[in-house]
Design a protein around this ligand. Sequence first.
Ligand code: NAP
Length: 303
Amino acid sequence: MIHDLVIIGGGPAGLAAAIYAGRADLEGFILEKMSPGGQVLITDIVENYPGFPDGITGFELVEKLSEHAKKFGFGVENGEVEAIEQAGENLNIILADERVITTRNVIIATGATHRRLGVKGEERLTGRGVSYCATCDGPFFRDQRVAVVGGGDSAVQEAVFLSRFASKVYLIHRRDELRAVKVLQERAFSNEKIEFIWDSVVEEIEGQDQVKSVRVRNVKTGEVTHLPLDGVFIFIGIEPATNFVRDLIETDEQGFIKTDEWMRTSLKGVYAAGDCRLKPLLQIVTAVAEGATAAFAVEQEMA
Ligand code: NAP
C-alpha cells in the first residue's frame, strides 16, 4: 500500500500535523519510536502556550494533543526510522526492524535531543547523579546540592524548578550573562537557593559510583575548584534528531533541516516541522504552527 502521508515523530509538531491531516481526510499515520509527546512530556509546567493562563503540565498537554489527533483518525504506529529513500515518485521509509513503508509524503517532526557536555565522568555517571531531565529526577535530590550547567531558557527554568527540592542549586555558566529570557532570569536572581558561578566551565564530573563533585575552571582567571555536589543537571542546548536524513535533504552544519515557508525541504514530498527545523524560535507554539502548515502543504499538493 502507498500511503498519503507518514508523520515521523509524535511531539507537538507531529501531533498538530496529524490533526490537520486527519481533518483534511488524508490517509496515513504517525510513526513514533516510543510514546507520543517528545520533549514536552518531560516539562513540568508549560507557561507560555496560548490559551492556558494558569499553565498546563507537559503531560496533560500531550494527552490532549494525542486525543485530538486520534479524534480525526490519525493514529500512531510504533517504529524507529533508519532511513528514507526515494522510490520513483514515492518515498520508502526504512525501519530498524527492516519493515519498509511506502508513502507519497513525509513530515519529519523528530525534534531534538539534549546536547552532552562531553567531559570525563559524564557518561559513566549518567543516572548516578548526572541528569538531563529535572522533571524526571529532581525529586531524588531533596535537601541535596545540585548544579545546573548552561545559561539558556532550559537551564534557568530547570534551576528554579530544582530549587523546590534541593537545598542548594549552583548555576554554572560559561559567560557572565544569561541567554535566557528576562522573566526567567528575574525568577532565578530572586531565588535564594540559586547561586551563580559565572565565567566557568565544568571540566570533569567526579565520583566513583555517584556524583561527588565537579571540577570547575574559571575561564577568565584560570582558577580551578572542586565543587562538592550530589547531582549535575546539564542543559546546554539541543541537537536535532535528523541523522537519518542528512544525506537526503538540505540541513545546516548542525543538522537542522532547511525548509521554505510551506515547510517543504529540498526534496519533493519531504516536509519538516518543529525543533528539528532551522528557525529562530523553538517553542511549542511554533512547532504546532509548523505541523499544521506542513499538513496543509501536503493537502494542497495532493488536491
Ligand atoms: P540554548 O538556548 O541553546 O542555550 C544553551 C546554553 O548552554 C547557552 O547558555 C550556552 O552558552 C550554553 N552552552 C552551550 N554549549 C555549552 C558547552 N559546551 N559548555 C557550557 N555551556 C554551553 O538551549 P536551551 O536552553 O536548551 O533551549 C533550547 C530552545 O528551547 C531555545 O530556543 C529556548 O528558547 C527553548 N526553550 C524555551 C523554554 C520556555 O519558553 N520556557 C524553555 C526551555 C527551552 P552561551 O549562552 O554562552 O552560548
